[in-house]
Design a protein around this ligand. Structure first.
Ligand code: FAD
Ligand code: FES
Length: 333
């Protein structure tokens, strides 16, 4: 069944029952609907329901406060309309998808462990893998409630190859399935591409890619794409905890310019002096130590857990006053 969603400030779109969420339907219809995570964590897709009824997929989603709920706010990524609706929000052209997201069946073709708790997974779809480096897909996994966001680590390609790097979260349902149990050959739903932290093609400015733990995948995709331009210069910062987490060197060794115009900086936060002779500490500290005064001239991409994102944001935006338009990030809520 199809419902009509009217946006109070202007515009409307039709939403099928099988779209997954109001947000995904809106983006597929080309609406500039504000969003970030697509999974209920960030609150960017809040809207007010003026008329009609919606079903809430995940009532406890942390993206909405109790105060928001009392005020009649909803998360578009956790709402499915039960009929025609009128909604209130401020749309913004910058959120309009560059590539229209599509749902496809994908088959798990390969899995290899990169570290004891991180695996690279390769899925195959019939249609092309059409995305911008840095974007993510929504995966639906058997036995897991709700979809999960995972960023692509490879480059867009006509062969339908989608690669992800997934870190096993202790007690986590989707990451455990992906890293450990989903059998090769399994078919799952893949809905992509989403996300605004994609590689801007202007490489006239030096680029910094900053990855914390599982934030590796989108940074790899961005670095892989950027270095295809012989003029690009990329500093790649990878923050892990112990030497077990180190895996990037082998993944970028064959890229054009590796070691010269693509420079890797590994930083470990919980290694003892004896087991790691490299840099100890956090990635944002090393970023500042290495690039110091040139920070304000660079383009930044970063992904990882919220504390790392906050620290890098604080450093760039508050301490070094980097232009907001040169900062692109995904918070793995
Ligand atoms: C934009 C983005 C990109 C990401 N990219 C990567 C990546 O490349 N690699 C990687 O390892 N991780 C990535 N993550 C994190 C990933 O999506 C998962 O949060 C992580 O793997 C833990 O999931 P889990 O199911 O194992 O853990 P769980 O603890 O089972 O669930 C974790 C998250 O799932 C959601 N959730 C929980 N319950 C429900 C429910 N009932 N309905 C709907 N949602 C629910 C919540 O957001 C919760 O925080 C990304 C996250 C975001 C937002
Ligand atoms: S996009 Fe809906 S809560 Fe993040």
């Amino acid at each position: 069944m199809t419902h009509t969603i009217r946006i109070e400030s202007g515009g409307q779109f039709d939403l099928g029952d099988d779209e997954g969420s109001l947000l995904r339907g809106a983006l597929r219809a080309g609406i500039g609907f504000p969003h970030e995570c697509n999974v209920g964590g960030c609150g960017a897709c809040r809207f007010e329901l003026v008329d009609g009824e919606v079903d809430t997929l995940w009532p406890a989603a942390p993206g909405l406060s109790d105060r928001d709920r009392k005020r009649g706010k909803h998360l578009a990524c956790q709402s499915m309309p039960l009929g025609d609706c009128t909604i209130r929000l401020r749309c913004d052209e910058s959120y309009r998808p560059r590539i229209t997201p599509a749902r496809q069946k994908s088959a798990l073709a390969a899995r290899r462990m990169l570290t004891p708790d991180m695996a690279e997974l390769t899925f195959k779809t019939e249609q092309a893998a059409d995305f911008l480096p840095g974007q993510y897909a929504l995966l639906s996994l058997p036995g897991v409630k709700g979809v999960r966001a995972y960023s692509m680590s490879n480059l867009p390609n006509p062969n339908g190859i989608w690669q992800f790097i997934v870190r096993r979260t202790p007690g986590g349902s989707a990451s455990h399935a992906l890293v450990d149990t989903l059998p090769l050959g399994s078919t799952i739903d893949l809905d992509a591409p989403y996300g605004g932290a994609w590689l801007r093609t202007d490489v006239s400015r030096p680029i910094s890619c900053i990855a914390g733990g599982s934030g590796l995948a989108p940074m790899l995709s961005i670095a892989r794409a950027a270095v295809l331009d012989p003029a690009a210069s990329v500093d790649f910062f990878y923050g892990g905890r112990t030497p077990d987490d180190l895996c990037v060197e082998g993944l970028i060794a064959d890229l054009p310019g590796a070691g010269t115009r693509l420079r890797l900086h590994n930083v470990l936060s919980a290694a003892s002096a004896g087991e790691w002779l490299g840099t100890h500490g956090f990635v944002h500290e090393e970023l500042e130590r290495r690039l110091g005064d040139s920070l304000s001239e660079m383009e930044f991409y970063f992904a990882g857990p919220p504390p790392m994102i906050d620290a890098v944001q604080q450093l760039l935006m508050h301490k070094h006053r980097v232009d907001f338009n040169r900062i692109h990030f995904d918070r793995f809520v």
